[in-house]
Design a protein around this ligand. Structure first.
Ligand code: SF4
Length: 344
């Protein structure tokens, strides 16, 4: 498969003031060193509890947030990526700087907006309530200078039909539409510039079950027609399973497990993934699965635990887990786990 995005050591920290006089500055490590590849045309799922850094990762990937450090190569040629593998840090990032989204500025960054888009969780807050639907959908084309006048109108109408709405919705405001229709408008706005890559950030969690199924179908249809690549972020494991080709599990700013969807759901290996997946209901009443209840709360990303970040909650933690951080290791073909139980 051809990589569309290669992520190397991506970090995003936020500074926050703390204490009575807000004098103490603390660092929130929302994303803390992620390496992964998203292949062209795939749906890459990302799961984890709220606050684990999934959304921050998605926004940093497409430069809605500036990374603290790390590199994100977008559409870099395969031979260049292969050359990077054997190089030391010295000059290697200079070699790929024209593909490194983390270093883009000005015009390069503006042009990137056309190719990388995002659909947010709740269209009630992501759509401007004072704009007509036609202006909301057409705005990215205007801002990018891609269409105006009759051409702009034609493309907006065309997109409305593609998302299952019609011309009559053009002169309505977001509050005049249902929740599912509003999310369709958000999808239309993201796709009107014909991007290569779209972050879907919990796109179905604000709608009911029947609308969810329709939206998932819409995502699939667009993917096959337009050859899109998605990063699909969700805490809803069944939705991720239905849509994704591969899935990464995040815990406190790190990826702890990554595999093909079928393999991950059939054979989760990391203790955190096992606990997370044990909560998925099984439709067959004759099959029983033991629910694993984790002790304690997710620790603060301000001061994450030493060694393996999961050790205070892990039922298998050993002494080494408190001291040494495990790294992602390929334990089966295409199945990566960061855990000392598997030598990571
Ligand atoms: Fe548990 Fe240790 Fe594995 Fe972390 S490294 S998940 S604490 S066994």
């Amino acid at each position: 498969m051809e990589p569309l995005i290669k992520v190397y050591g991506l970090k995003k920290y936020f500074n926050m003031s703390e204490g009575i006089f807000k004098k103490r500055i603390v660092e929130i490590r929302a994303v803390d060193g992620i390496d992964l590849t998203i292949n062209r045309g795939e749906v890459f799922g990302m799961v984890g509890e709220s606050g684990c850094g999934k959304t921050t990762f998605g926004k940093t990937l497409i430069r809605l947030l500036d990374p603290t450090s790390g590199h994100v190569l977008f559409e870099a040629p395969m031979d260049l990526i292969e050359r990077l593998e054997g190089m030391d840090d010295g000059g290697k990032w200079e070699l790929v700087k024209e593909y490194d989204v983390a270093r883009f500025k000005g015009k390069q960054l503006k042009a990137l907006r056309r190719k990388m888009q995002i659909v947010y969780q709740d269209p009630r807050t992501s759509l401007n309530p004072r704009m007509l639907i036609k202006d909301i959908i057409g705005e990215p084309l205007k801002v990018q200078g891609l269409a105006k006048g009759e051409e702009l109108r034609r493309r907006v109408v065309d997109m409305l039909y593609k998302i299952g709405l019609t011309e009559k919705h053009m002169y309505r405001y977001p509050h005049e539409l249902s929740g599912g229709q509003r999310q369709r408008v958000a999808i239309a706005r993201a796709l009107i510039t014909e991007p290569e890559f779209v972050v879907l950030d919990e796109p179905t969690s604000a709608v009911d079950v029947s609308v969810r199924a329709q939206l998932l179908k819409l995502f699939k249809d667009f993917q096959s027609k337009l050859g899109l690549t998605y990063l699909f972020i969700s805490h809803d494991l069944s939705v991720v399973e239905a849509l994704s080709d591969r899935v990464a599990v995040m815990y406190l700013g790190k990826v702890v497990e990554l595999a093909q969807t079928y393999e991950l759901f059939k054979n989760p290996m990391h203790p955190y993934t096992k606990a997370l997946f044990s909560a998925i209901p099984i439709p067959d009443p004759t099959v029983k699965r033991e629910r694993i209840i984790l002790k304690g709360e997710v620790p603060s990303p301000v001061n994450p635990p030493s060694g393996c970040r999961f050790h205070p909650r892990c039922p298998h933690a050993k002494e080494i887990c408190k001291e040494k951080e495990p790294h992602l290791l390929e334990v089966r073909p295409g199945h990566f786990v960061a855990c000392h139980l598997y030598g990571g």
